[in-house]
Design a protein around this ligand. Structure first.
Ligand SMILES: Cc1ncc(COP(=O)(O)O)c(C=O)c1O
Length: 383
């Protein structure tokens, strides 16, 4: 059997990971400023993560959601404590798309409506409803387009307000920081007015923190720069540091009932052990503070790069916009400097999404590699 060829692949085969590095089968180290697509939060194969997963695997990997599983409650409690959303409720699932799918369902169960407001260049996943609210026509099949969606300009309150006034909008969904779209940060004032407008119309506000959450922005959730209490917050990626786990955080005003949502694998013993290990390390190693510190340093240092037209970011979620497409430079960084970086839907934007445990050595290596490559690129373009 052949694999269904949906991914363009780099000719690199990582076989081992440690902290901010992955190692290929020849033992070459690669600095991971991509975090395996913003997934690695506490670092590759963190010893506490490995130990907790090994112990859980030996005890019990899985039993269904029809029995008591105190690990789910422990995870919910710890997540509440660290995020400050202690009174929210947690529904556990397996991926980001699934978290958004369930959030949309909850919104529609609540107000009986169908129309969703999303934003230009947004990405919310590839399952049926999640892809319908994603601003990329080429990845939607006709079967996905089952409810009306409007894509509004980023930070454009007037346009959203006008639409919300009609009273038929089920939910507004927005990324805490827009990731794949090229690292765009919503204004705090925009989020605060948006939350108010949604409340007036009984439209649910969903914060997609799948990429921007779990400390990446230097706060537990990026939206926490604004004074809002979203109805629903979705999370995945950094939540499991590579173990598939996602969640919907649900405002206390919503009541659950048996059978309303469900999943076979979501909240398994093994997934909860992974989720708990991540939170324990985030707290013990003060990784959110670390993300804030090194993110600020990177933003400050990288703004001097040649050929840069804009730099945006918070914490360790940084977008570098150049006057040229970044594809070749990303390849140079990977094959000449052994540094992974991320792309964005805008070909001129490079994303930096490293593990939250980066330190001076990693930041220096990245700045060195980027400085050399950008100087070369600009010189070549003038030659
Ligand atoms: C903001 C955002 N939402 C949703 C998703 C979908 O998550 P998953 O790939 O785990 O389904 C992603 C994935 O990149 C994302 O960045």
């Amino acid at each position: 059997m052949n694999l269904f060829p949906v991914y363009p692949l780099f000719d690199i085969e990582p076989v081992r990971g440690q902290g901010c590095y992955v190692y290929d089968k020849l033992g070459h180290a690669y600095l991971d400023f991509y975090g395996g697509h913003a997934v690695i939060s506490i670092g590759h194969s963190h010893p506490h993560f490995v130990k907790r997963l090994q112990a859980q695997l030996q005890a019990l990997a899985f039993y269904s959601n029809s029995v008591q599983n105190p690990l789910q409650e422990q995870l919910a409690k710890k997540l509440g404590q660290l995020s400050g959303l202690e009174d929210y409720q947690l529904f556990l699932c397996n991926s980001g798309a699934e978290a958004n799918e369930n959030a949309l369902k909850l919104a529609s169960f609540h107000n009986g409506r169908q129309k969703v407001i999303s934003f230009k260049n947004s990405f919310h996943g590839r399952t049926s409803a999640a892809v319908n609210i994603t601003d990329k026509e080429s990845i939607k099949a006709p079967i996905n387009k089952t409810f009306p969606v409007e894509f509004h300009a980023w930070n454009d309150l007037d346009s959203v307000a006008k639409s919300l006034k009609k009273g038929d909008v089920c939910a507004v969904i927005i990324e805490g920081i827009q990731g794949i779209g090229g690292i765009h940060i919503p204004d705090a004032a925009f989020l605060e007015s948006l939350a108010q407008l949604c409340k007036q119309q009984d439209t649910l506000l969903i914060l997609d923190e799948i990429q921007s959450g779990y400390g990446r922005s230097g706060r537990f959730f990026a939206f926490q720069n604004a004074k809002i209490q979203p109805d629903l917050v979705t999370t995945a990626k950094g939540m499991g540091n590579g173990f598939p786990i996602g969640g919907v955080l649900i405002h206390p005003r919503f009541q659950g009932s048996h059978g309303l949502l469900g999943t076979t694998f979501g909240g398994s013993h093994l997934a909860c052990a992974a989720g708990l290990a991540v939170l324990e390390v985030l707290e013990a190693e003060k990784l959110i503070e670390n993300a804030r510190k090194w993110g600020a340093i990177l933003l400050d240092e990288l703004r001097h790069l040649r050929g840069l037209t804009a730099i945006r970011g918070q914490g360790l979620m940084i977008g570098l916009e150049f006057e040229f497409p970044v594809g070749d430079m990303r390849k140079q960084l990977l094959f000449e400097h052994q540094i992974f970086t991320g792309s964005a839907s805008d070909a001129n934007v490079m994303r930096l999404l490293p593990p939250l445990c980066v330190g001076e050595k990693e930041v220096d290596l990245l700045i060195g590699g980027l400085t050399r490559e950008t100087i070369q690129k600009v010189q070549n373009s003038k030659a």
